[in-house]
Design a protein. Sequence first.
Length: 316
Amino acid sequence: MKFSQLKKHLSAGGEDTLYYLEGDDAYFHKKAIEMINRKFVTALPELNSAVISARDINEIRDSCSVLPFMSERRTVLLREWYPTEAELLQLDKWGQNPACVMVVSNLLPWPSLRKYSQGHTFVDCGRESDLTLAGWIAQLFAAEGKEVDRDAALMLAQYCSCDMVRIDNEIQKLKHLSGRVTSRGIEENVSKDVEYQAYMLAAAVAEGRGNPYRILREYTLKGDARLYTRLLASLYSNFRRMFYAKGSGKGEEELGRLLGVKPYAVKASAKTARKFKKAALKKALKLLSATEYRIKSGSMGSEPALYFAIASLMRI
């Protein structure tokens, strides 16, 4: 199930001995763990909510075998646990203590755990689309007693590359603005994430207008050389997605899985890719790869290398 379905699932009486959380949004992991603890730990959370760093399956079994104290059930949380098939077989053999709920929280996908969770509860904690998050952002602002324009909420999601951890941090700052939160308020107070900058840079190159240099100038003002290399890497990823989205014949879901990104990112890349021929995208990837090599070899500084790459991309 998606993270957005977990609250309803738990409220409707959904219960299990294993919850496997997987995805790249740490905010969803945090909130999912809080909801699971509220559901099952009915008293003394400091005693009945354990976080263990052990990776030995026997130590995990021992922790899960402890009975709850004055609570309905007990929870045991393991972060970034990537077990072998043999370890999962042991987990299945001993059977979990029905009074203990085991929560595994992994940012990276792990096929064996996903397969194992088919008999339990799997929660997708991956990033949501900007349109979905815009609705959630409005609710989070409302909880702070603030109103936000729909366009401003969408802009906030995009500027933060749909990362709810950063979105939540920005909301905690933006709630102090006077009056309704507008697009202008977002533009003036929220820095664009490097992934969003790279997407806008790729789109600007595709349009063949002067916008790419304006985007680069925003980075020049920051004066951090590392941002140029990050932007170049993100730009490469954008063109790589465009290359594979161009006439691949695969659906957004399937291509997203192959590239390790969300379907909405594939959709956005496919839209921008229409401006290029397949051969031009292949040439762009070679150009960006060569530019990265020039930076790493020391033959060119990161800032001039990025300007050189953009100027070259606009001529392909």
